[in-house]
Ligand binder design. Structure first.
Ligand code: HEC
Ligand SMILES: [Cu+2]
Length: 407
């Protein structure tokens, strides 16, 4: 064992250390104030709840500053004004019942003064009664799903930041990792109840300017609410570490007037009818491939990667004949399911098997079931795309009716 750390190091002159410390502090301050994008406070609140939270934090911050100044003021004054070199002697008494009572009672009163408004705020957050609209929010690895039960609308909301930006091939956009394909659309001036849950692991739905941050827990439904005062686009993030794609499931909310909300609802319903019709018609190969590419990017690329090449050891590639290295246990299972040759190469397999995997997932592995997430046309498209991309050239064209038959 080396004990080198115990050897005495030549000591550095103190003034060098201080100079470095001062330089670091100056740099921090400079960076902080020079960049216009730095905010020193919360996002602008746009709901009654967020206003209340903002106000609470102002009060608490004020209380803390007053205590800080008083306590440290007295302390530094005493150290300076009563120093030994001026002939002061340490006190010989250390007992005063009055002082003891005061310094117990004052903090107690401060705590009560803070706890009363804080508790009132928490209780108000829980009260979803009188809501005009209900939205169900479900967390998935790694995207959000929104349902409006009374309106019969439901859709996934996926990250839409281009992969090229994530991989540093393009400069990062203004809303890097904070943009989605389908934002949650909500009306302003109306109490909205959120019912929040998860399909897999714990996520958390957080939109700072709403003052809403509620855990999405599988098997439980957490309720909270909001009422947005100002139309606009608001952004948030999943705030519970939920696995590899945690940073890639942002939240975007578009708050619109009630009239525009009604228009949006009508348009969404028409879209859903069109999408249902898409599952009963026959698609051309070109349409399947282009739709499949979109479905793949939104649903599969997080694990199998946009290139379809997977990640060694974790997510298998989707290219037939491609080598896959992983722990022996995983390879053995893949081989057992017929996805891998003896020498460790990926097997594409028959169309029916392929459809079954995507529909049902592979239980006990991260490969999810897409039966409840994608319709027949989406699955037909994504499987057609897979079997004719990433170096695969099976030439298979899979129609929605084939998916329906396997479902
Ligand atoms: C959350 C991660 C994840 C997502 C999302 C995901 N997969 Fe998988 N997938 C896996 C894992 C892990 C396996 C290997 C499972 C095993 O151990 O057998 C797998 C296996 C597969 C296989 C069989 C093995 C192979 O390489 O041929 C296919 C086909 C497949 N996935 C297709 C898809 C498609 C299509 C989508 C999107 C609709 C998708 N996956 C989305 C994780 C994922
Ligand atoms: Cu999450």
């Amino acid at each position: 064992m080396s004990l080198s750390f115990m050897k005495k190091k030549p000591s550095r002159p103190l003034n060098v250390a201080w100079a470095r410390f001062a330089a670091a502090m100056a740099l921090l301050l400079g960076v902080g104030t020079a960049s216009a994008r730095v905010r020193w406070n919360f996002q602008t609140p746009v709901t009654p709840m967020a206003h209340q939270i903002f106000h609470l934090q102002d009060i608490m911050f004020g209380v803390c500053v007053v205590i800080f100044v008083l306590v440290f003021g007295v302390m530094f004054y005493s150290i300076f004004a009563h120093r030994k070199s001026k002939g002061h002697k340490p006190a010989t008494f250390h007992q005063s019942t009055t002082v003891e009572i005061i310094w117990t009672a004052v903090p107690f009163l401060i705590l009560v003064a803070i706890a009363v408004p804080a508790t009132a705020t928490l209780i108000k957050m829980e009260n979803t009664s009188g809501s005009a609209l209900t939205v169900r929010i479900t967390g998935y690895q790694w995207k959000w799903h929104y349902t409006y039960p009374a309106q019969g609308i439901g859709f996934f909301s996926d990250l839409s930041t281009p992969v090229a930006q994530i991989e540093n091939q393009e400069p990062k956009g203004k809303h890097y990792l904070l943009q989605v394909d389908h934002p949650l659309v909500l009306p302003v001036g109306e109490k909205i109840r959120f019912q929040i849950t998860s399909k897999d692991v714990i996520h958390s739905w957080w939109v700072p300017s709403f003052g809403v941050k509620t855990d999405a827990i599988p098997g439980f439904i957490n309720q909270t609410w909001t009422e947005i005062d100002v139309p606009g686009t608001y952004r948030g993030q999943c705030t519970e570490l939920c696995g590899m794609g945690h940073a890639f499931m942002p939240i975007v909310v578009k708050a619109v007037s009630q009239k525009d909300f009604q228009k949006w609802v009508t348009a969404q319903k028409a879209l859903m009818v069109a999408s249902a019709a898409g599952s009963s018609k026959t698609w051309t190969e070109a349409d399947l491939l282009s739709h499949g590419k979109t479905v793949f990017a939104a649903n599969c690329a997080a694990c199998h990667q946009i290139t379809g090449q997977g990640i060694p050891g974790t997510f298998p590639p989707l290219s037939a004949g491609k080598k896959f290295s992983a722990a022996p246990a995983m390879l053995q299972q893949l081989r057992g399911r017929g996805f891998l040759t003896k020498d460790g190469r990926i097997v594409m397999g028959p169309v029916k098997n392929h459809l079954r995997i995507v529909l049902q997932g592979i239980p006990g592995t991260p490969m999810p079931s897409f039966a409840g997430q994608l319709n027949d046309a989406d699955i037909a498209a994504v499987v057609t795309y897979e079997r004719n991309s990433f170096g695969n050239h099976t030439g298979d064209v899979i129609e929605p009716s084939q998916v329906a038959a396997v479902r």
